[in-house]
Design a protein around this ligand. Structure first.
Ligand code: SAJ
Length: 439
């Protein structure tokens, strides 16, 4: 039970040693750890980033960032100049430690907490009286109480009196990460009130949104519930789209009209749910409460089926064409990011290869050649195509003037799984346009 819940935590006392520069050690320099480290460092805190990936450390030493995100490069450059950010594979002593490491799914859809455990063991030799440890990773409920706290007890420090522990989930959207990190409300779940307050005072250095204090299990569950809410609602939109295909109405118009209702906000159907969060986090609830989490499990199943529905529809579109060539547009899990983790595009590609048909893929946001089927330009991907499939809603794809590429097409089929392109004039130019959610 959350006993010290406050609407907004008013930060009144300075953090730890007055006058000294506060030191923060952040474990995991990925999508969340690195931007957090840079934000703390930009506020004058002395930050040491730790990552076991030595290639990543080398990259940072050469002033290269491991991923793209608006504003990140500028922030990195500024922080490097101020010399408030160091990084290495080893932790160091600090006032506060933040664990921001991945929590992937195992093969049996259970949370793999090995990175969290390793990080906790790594910091133990450096922990001192008065330190704070915050877990930012998304974890199943009770991870702080049952996994992290017992590991940190090995220090011999009195938990909650000499060593303070909290969970504070990241809740930011890739593509607008830095703004959301600063402006979003922040949830902080402490193992006791003092731990939560200490963590609040730490994050207040850059968080402008409200800071809400609660206990650790509530904080862990809030994060999982948010992403599960989105997964279930995307599943509902996807289910509506499949019903629309069967019953023959336009799902996009129907959603838009339903959303005129003041209390309805149906999300968008699509080729499936990707990314490292929404497709993963609901499983952390299912793992703990398999008998209760029935709707959650069903939603996962519906969303995971979507790439199969898309591949099936593509196969039907090119059914009559000998040796068809399919052009897939978009490899990342959503528009305008460079992240391919759990991307439905990869599943669609794999399924098409099994048919088999000839497939080419283009994504302007993926610099490296990661797949044999990948080509470098729109021109190339559309060459001799029998069906162009829009899988990711990148801005560049929304703006394609297909008229310019008329001669590239062998058969003028376009399949838009995201309702994202400009349909104006396409029929007049001889294109047959298919959409998800339209028969
Ligand atoms: N998607 C749809 N239809 C929609 C919305 C999304 O098919 O209407 C698909 C996207 O194409 C993508 C996937 O869902 O494949 C997830 O995209 P997203 O933009 O919904 O979410 P993420 O994974 O980029 O970020 C989410 C966010 N959570 C919520 O919005 C509740 C973010 O705030 C979290 O911090 C992040 O997960 C995380 O790290 O947990």
């Amino acid at each position: 039970m959350a006993v010290w819940w406050t609407e907004e935590y008013p930060v009144t006392q300075p953090f730890f040693r007055k006058g000294d520069t506060m030191k923060v050690c952040i474990l995991g320099l990925g999508y969340i750890g690195l931007p957090s480290a840079l934000l703390f460092a930009s506020k004058g805190l002395q930050v040491h980033g730790v990552d076991i990936d030595t290639e990543l450390i080398d990259k940072l030493s050469n002033q290269l960032l491991p991923f793209r995100e608006p504003g990140l490069k500028e922030l990195f450059t500024n922080v490097i100049e101020t010399e408030t950010f160091t990084f290495s594979p080893e932790p160091c002593t600090a006032d506060a430690f933040i664990i921001s490491v991945p929590t992937p799914l195992d093969k049996d859809n259970r949370a793999n907490l090995n990175f969290v455990k390793t990080a906790a063991k790594m910091i133990c030799p450096f922990l001192q009286k008065g330190n704070l440890v915050v877990l930012e990773s998304t974890v199943p409920p009770k991870t702080v109480d049952e996994v992290l706290t017992p590991l940190l007890s090995a220090t011999g420090l009195v938990i909650g009196e000499e060593l303070f522990i909290a969970h504070s989930p990241e809740r930011v959207i890739p593509g607008d990460l830095l703004r959301e990190m600063v402006e979003n409300d922040r949830i902080i779940g402490g193992i006791n009130e003092e731990s939560a307050e200490k963590a609040a005072n730490l994050y207040r250095h850059f968080v402008k949104g409200k800071i809400h204090l609660t206990d650790a299990i509530t904080s862990e569950m809030v994060k999982l519930m948010e992403n599960t809410y989105r997964d279930v609602n995307i599943a509902l939109a996807n289910e509506f789209a499949l019903i629309a295909e069967k019953e023959k109405f336009n799902i996009w118009e129907a959603i838009s009209l339903a959303n005129q209702h003041p209390r309805v906000n149906i999300l968008n159907p699509g080729p499936g749910v990707g990314g490292h969060c929404i497709a993963v986090d609901p499983w952390f609830i299912i793992e703990k409460a398999p008998d209760q989490a029935r709707l959650i499990r069903k939603a996962r199943f519906i969303n995971d089926r979507m790439p199969y529905c898309i591949a099936d529809k593509i196969a039907k579109i090119v059914n009559q064409i000998p040796d068809p060539v399919i052009s897939l547009l978009g490899l990342t899990y959503k528009g305008d990011v460079d992240d391919m983790r759990e991307s439905p595009s990869l599943k669609v590609l794999q399924l098409l290869k099994e048919i088999p048909v000839s497939v080419k893929v283009f994504d302007p946001n993926v610099d490296k050649k990661v797949l044999d089927e990948q080509v470098d330009s729109l021109e190339e991907v559309l060459k001799d195509t029998d069906c162009c499939v829009i899988l990711t809603n990148h801005t560049l794809f929304k703006e394609i003037d297909f008229k310019k590429y008329l001669n590239n097409f062998r058969t003028k089929n376009i399949f838009d799984t995201r309702n994202s392109i400009n349909y104006c004039g396409l029929a007049e130019d001889g294109f047959t346009v298919y959409q998800l959610g339209l028969s």
